[in-house]
Ligand binder design. Structure first.
Ligand SMILES: Cc1cc2nc3c(=O)[nH]c(=O)nc-3n(C[C@H](O)[C@H](O)[C@H](O)COP(=O)(O)OP(=O)(O)OC[C@H]3O[C@@H](n4cnc5c(N)ncnc54)[C@H](O)[C@@H]3O)c2cc1C
Length: 376
């Protein structure tokens, strides 16, 4: 039987960030993923500079071999409505391709990798966990995304009972003609809200790649909303008329909309497995990375005693960073909210300072202090 100090199930940003920190502190880490990397991941692929900072990503070096699209403006509005353009003096975000970034981070983590291997079974044997009957570890970190098998083991009712965001998107490389027809600029992603404010569509150009998608709080008529959004973009001449029609779907939880257990004896959940995406924007890479780092810091402090009690500081860190996971309270009758929000979206001050700076860019929240995450 193979053994390690920590087994991480899932090599996305949450799993690879956790592995990277644990390896830097000298732990023997295995990352198991059902996919072979580089693998595709349904995602718009937008990260804020704070993500690059906490990951200590050398953006100049990264951009030599990968797509890294600096973002300095946004076009926002309502689907079928007017648009507002908001420009910034500096880079406020980056567009990346998930198949590239995730592979880069996973390889960089220094962990032993078991790719193309799904986690199928988990058993307790004394102080050890036995995974797939083949690997023994005192610690299992669930980083398998929304449908993480470790979260299921800890009692999460995946796909049932949980109010998940449902989203569909496509990312494709444009040919020469499509590049000419596409009016979306790389430095200016476009975000358009559904009229009932239960979701929004986006259109991101990253180099020669175009990413179009729409996510909603409810799964109801998702495809119809998406088709309506694509028609709107085409009518406005924003995107080529002949985009591929094979959109891919995925679901995930917003922090505060649902509560999953985050720790157990010798067990932690990070990233989407723990349901941590920001509720206003659906951004999940930053909470995935940060939770991976906070889990690593907690593990180092526990000094080999991984009983649930010793892992409690992890949940404390999550609350301090993201707030309590209490279900959010609706602010007033829907028609009033929609009316107000519809008007406010055309207000330039509100768009810049509230919608973009606060909800989408989280400029009020500095990058996670690495000193804190490295503390032993
Ligand atoms: C349409 C869409 C657009 C989005 N756009 C953005 C965006 O622009 N910016 C942003 O910040 N966030 C975005 N998000 C959210 C973001 O994609 C997630 O929050 C983020 O990927 C979470 O990272 P993670 O590491 O927790 O999980 P994941 O990235 O999902 O990684 C989980 C890994 O676990 C592996 N795995 C799953 N099951 C098993 C198993 N049984 N055994 C072994 N391995 C397994 C998977 O193969 C995968 O590699 C978007 C989400 C969607 C659906």
């Amino acid at each position: 039987m193979e053994s390690c100090d920590a087994l991480i199930v899932g090599g996305g940003p949450a799993g690879s960030s956790c592995a990277w920190q644990l390896r830097r502190r000298g732990m023997d880490v295995i990352v198991m993923d059902k996919a072979n990397f580089p693998r595709d991941k349904v995602c718009a692929g937008w990260i804020t500079p704070e993500v690059a900072e906490v990951l200590q990503l050398d953006t100049v070096d990264y951009a030599r071999q990968h797509v890294l699209q600096p973002i300095t403006a946004f076009r926002t509005g309502l689907i079928d409505g007017k648009e507002v353009e908001t420009r910034y003096p500096d880079t406020v975000s980056y567009g990346i391709r998930r198949r590239e970034l995730d592979d880069y981070l996973l390889q960089r983590s220094g962990a032993r990798l078991r790719q193309g291997e799904p986690m199928n079974s988990l058993q307790r044997d004394g102080q050890q966990w036995i995974v797939n009957g083949a690997i023994s570890s005192p610690l299992v970190i669930g980083a398998g995304g929304h449908f993480c098998p470790v979260a299921r083991f800890m009692g999460a009712k995946l796909g049932a009972d949980e109010p998940a965001i449902a989203a569909k998107e496509i990312e494709f490389e444009m040919d020469g003609l499509q590049r000419l027809e596409c009016q979306v600029r790389g430095d200016t992603p476009e975000l358009y809200f559904c009229r009932d404010f239960k979701g929004y569509g986006w259109c991101f150009r990253k180099g020669d790649y175009l990413n179009i998608g729409l996510g909603r709080e409810d799964n109801h008529l998702l495809t119809e909303h998406l088709n309506q959004f694509c028609d709107f973009l085409k009518q406005r001449g924003r995107i080529p008329l002949d985009i591929p029609d094979r959109f891919h779907g995925h679901a995930y939880l917003l922090h505060g909309h649902s509560v999953r257990k985050q720790i157990g004896d010798g067990m932690l959940l990070v990233g989407d497995a723990a349901g941590l995406a920001y509720p206003q924007s659906g951004e999940g890479i930053r909470p995935a990375v940060e939770s991976g780092l906070m889990a690593a810091a907690t593990i180092m402090e526990a000094k080999g005693d991984y009983r649930r009690q010793q892992l409690l500081p992890y949940t404390g860190r999550l609350v301090a960073r993201f707030g309590e996971a209490a279900p959010s309270v609706s602010a007033g009758p829907a028609f009033l909210r929609n009316l107000l929000a519809g008007r406010l979206l055309y207000n330039k001050w509100f768009t810049r300072h509230v919608v973009l700076d606060r909800w989408f860019l989280h400029t009020h929240q500095e990058a996670l202090q690495t000193a804190e995450t490295l503390e032993v």
